[in-house]
Write a protein that binds this ligand. Structure first.
Ligand code: HEM
Length: 409
């Protein structure tokens, strides 16, 4: 748990020489992470760029600047890490997420064939069948469900480990590892320190998986080892590359599904719209992750002297890029806090933007739209059965519990 105490108001004092306004609230304190949206609004209102006094780095909360920085990967580099602490940034050097230019392009290509729309078309029937079986089993249980464990975790756990090639013996650890791996990249705090043992366990397990060549046959992990055998990538980079795909693939999808159920339960009019027109499932996926972006923020480093919004930014400055704030920027979105699955929302930045834009978004979209269309076919109403409980996490926005009752159509 974070020990930093948030100050109730953002300071509008200008920082040092650059005139960038300072923001004194700790955006990673427990109070803030469970209800971050009013704080993001104050961050945006301060200006195109602010200085986070708690993390001692610049921060972007507005859509235009977030997107511009993500698009300009020559100026705002990932190679010095995209995380919030130096140790993790050093540890994760040279992964897909944390490399630049031709090296990044080459690493991203190694197993890109697994995630193309064409490759995913071959996965579609099996993923849809899993979603349908899940919905049928849920409807047989005439009781209050927890949408997090029963739906949001159940679906990606039935897809992602097989897809990536993680054997059965680690399955009960994967969700903890995914959360710990992301928290390990957060700013220093008690919460961050508590995540380290599980993050190390994940690293050691993945190292052993590669060394013993135990990735499941036919999986992305298996293809990765085959690429290493052909000399396309060094074998000693394979554990980090596997973590590259595992790290952001599980908890993000769990988050999006949990938020989807919570939002549709709170907005029955939107559920009726989806039921009447299942083709809206893709737009519903976008709207859920626009409104409740699963990854709050990553960082970039200015690779040369530059400026943001007229403020000079010296080479080497680290900048926090708040995807989740940009996705609610009132300068960009009409009624930004409203859940509206019919709005034009495809240009949200919940999946990033530019060369580092999410490599696995097709898989996430397929999993989530399959569950939503399966539910929309058979469930007339999602009745809230208690308050959703948000998790306390520096990087992930998600729920630990979303109690809900399904009413069959
Ligand atoms: C709703 C679900 C998901 C969300 C919200 C999400 C979000 C993101 C975001 C914001 C980035 C950009 C990071 C940056 O610019 O620094 C990213 C990158 C990435 N994601 Fe996802 N992700 C999701 C699902 C997945 C899945 C299922 C996989 C794997 C199968 C995956 C694999 C990756 C990889 C490998 C990258 C690094 C891409 C690069 O640096 O070139 N993600 N994701």
């Amino acid at each position: 748990m974070s020990t930093a105490s948030p100050s109730p108001h953002a300071s509008s004092a200008a920082s040092g020489q650059t005139g960038v306004p300072e923001f004194d609230t700790d955006l990673f304190s427990e109070d803030v992470v469970v209800d971050p949206y009013p704080h993001y609004r104050r961050l945006r209102d301060l200006g195109p760029v602010a200085y986070l006094t708690s993390q001692q780095m610049h921060a972007l909360g507005r859509y235009d600047e977030v997107r511009a920085v993500l698009a300009d990967d020559e100026t705002f580099i990932s190679g010095q890490g995209v995380h919030f602490n130096d140790v993790f940034n050093e540890l994760m050097r040279g992964a897909i997420l944390t490399s630049d230019g031709p090296e990044h392009e080459q690493l991203r290509q190694v197993v890109a064939h697994r995630l193309t729309p064409r490759a995913l078309r071959e996965e579609r029937a099996s993923i849809e069948a899993k979603a349908d079986a899940l919905v049928t089993a849920l409807l047989e249980r005439d009781e209050v469900l927890d949408a997090v464990t029963d739906i949001a975790q159940a679906m990606p756990m039935s897809v992602v480990p097989d897809f990536l090639g993680f054997p059965q013996d680690c399955r009960d650890r994967l969700i903890d590892w995914a959360l710990a791996g992301l928290e390990a990249g957060g700013p220093p705090s008690d919460r961050h320190a508590a995540s380290i043992p599980a993050a190390i366990e994940m690293g050691e397990y993945t190292g052993g998986l590669v060394a013993q060549r135990r990735t499941l046959p036919g999986s992305l992990g298996h293809d990765l080892l085959a690429a290493a055998d052909r000399g396309e990538v060094a074998m000693d980079r394979c554990p980090a590359l596997l973590i590259d795909y595992f790290g952001p693939s599980l908890e993000t999808t769990i988050s999006a599904l949990g938020s989807a159920i919570a939002l549709f339960a709170q907005h029955p009019d939107q559920w009726d719209l989806l039921r009447a027109n299942p083709d809206l499932a893709g737009s519903a996926f976008n709207e859920v992750i626009r409104l409740e972006s699963p990854l709050r923020a990553f960082t970039r480093v200015a690779g040369r002297d530059t400026e943001i919004g007229g403020h000079p930014l010296p080479k080497g400055s680290r900048v926090a890029v708040f995807f989740a704030s940009a996705n609610r920027d009132e300068r960009k979105w009409d009624r930004p806090d409203a859940f509206d699955i019919t709005r034009q929302n495809a240009d949200h930045v919940a999946l990033g933007y530019g060369v580092h834009g999410c490599a696995g978004q097709g898989l996430a979209r397929l999993e989530i739209t399959s569950v939503l269309t399966g539910l929309a076919r058979s469930v007339a109403r999602l009745e809230p059965a208690g308050e959703p409980r948000p998790i306390v996490h520096s990087i992930v926005r998600s729920y630990t519990s979303v109690p809900v009752r399904l009413h069959a159509a």
